[in-house]
Design a protein around this ligand. Structure first.
Ligand SMILES: O=C(O)C[C@H]1NC(=O)NC1=O
Length: 240
C-alpha cells in the first residue's frame, strides 16, 4: 500500500516533520511519502493562504494518482482542497482536521482544539460544523505562535502546553486536538504531560487512509464527487 501525504504549504522542513509523524502511524507494508507543492505560501494562516495553496494541493494529488498512490492525506488543519480532491481522484482523500476531530470524538464527551493564530479559529469552528462534530467541541484556542515559527521559536512548546492547560481548565474537556500539522511531533509528549489524549491530525488521517484502503473503500462517484465536467479554464489573472 502507498499513501501520499501532501503538506499544502511550501515549508520543506515541515513536510519532513509531517512525513515522520505519518510514517509512525501506519502498519507494516505501508509506504508513506510526504510532499509539498513547489509553489505556494510558506504557511497557511488565512483564507487567502488557503486559496493560494489549493491549486498546488490538487495538482500534487492528481499527479500522485497517476503514480499509483492508494490514498491521500491533506496535511493542513483546514483541509484545503479536500472536496475538490475527492472529485478528482478515486482513491480515498482524508484531511487532518476531519480525521483529528472525528478521532477525538471517540476519546471522551468533549475535546478542545489548540491551534496557532486566533484568526484561524473561525475557520476551524466552521469545519467542525461541516463535519457534524461541533457539539463535541468544548472550545477552540490559539497559542499565537505563527506556523513557520513552531520549529524555530524556543517559546513555542511552552506556549502550546500553556494553551492546552488553559483549554482543559476552561472547557472541562477530555482530550486535545492539535490544530496544526506543524505540531505533529509534540502530541505524545503533551499527552504524557497533560495526562489526557492528544490527537495529532497527521497520524490520525494517515491511519484513517490505511484503514479505508485495507477495507477496499474509495470515494463514492455516483453524483457529487463524480469527475468534474471538463471545461475551458482560462489562464491566471487576465481581464477581458
Ligand atoms: O491553520 C493553521 O494555523 C495550521 C495550518 N497551516 C499550515 O500551514 N499548516 C497547518 O496545519
Amino acid at each position: 500500500m502507498r499513501i501520499l501525504v501532501v503538506n499544502p504549504n511550501t515549508t520543506e522542513s515541515m513536510t519532513a516533520l509531517i512525513e515522520q509523524s505519518a510514517r509512525a502511524a501506519v502498519g507494516p507494508g505501508v509506504c508513506v511519502d510526504a510532499v509539498n507543492p513547489v509553489s505556494g505560501p510558506e504557511s497557511i494562516e488565512s483564507h487567502y493562504d488557503d486559496a493560494l495553496a489549493t491549486p498546488g494541493v490538487l495538482a500534487v494529488i492528481v499527479e500522485g494518482a497517476t503514480r499509483g498512490y492508494d490514498g491521500f492525506v491533506i496535511a493542513c488543519f483546514g483541509d484545503p482542497g479536500l472536496l475538490a480532491a475527492r472529485e478528482l481522484v478515486e482513491a480515498p482523500v482524508v484531511g487532518i482536521a476531519e480525521a483529528a476531530l472525528r478521532t477525538a470524538g471517540y476519546l471522551g464527551r468533549t475535546f478542545s482544539v489548540v491551534t496557532t493564530l486566533s484568526r484561524t479559529l473561525g475557520h476551524s469552528r466552521e469545519i467542525a460544523y461541516r463535519y457534524g462534530v461541533a457539539s463535541l467541541v468544548g472550545g477552540m484556542h490559539a497559542c499565537e505562535i505563527p506556523v513557520v515559527d513552531l520549529e524555530t521559536d524556543p517559546t513555542a512548546r511552552a506556549a502550546i502546553l500553556a494553551a492546552c492547560e488553559h483549554a482543559l481548565s476552561v472547557d472541562g474537556s477530555d482530550a486535545i486536538v492539535l490544530g496544526c500539522a506543524g505540531m505533529a511531533d509534540l502530541a505524545r509528549d503533551l499527552s504524557r504531560e497533560l495526562c489526557v489524549p492528544v490527537v495529532d491530525g497527521v497520524a490520525a488521517a494517515t491511519a484513517e487512509v490505511e484503514k479505508l484502503v485495507r477495507l477496499g473503500l474509495k470515494t463514492g462517484k455516483r453524483d457529487e464527487f463524480a469527475p468534474p465536467p471538463p471545461k475551458r479554464v482560462y489562464a491566471a489573472a487576465t481581464t477581458r
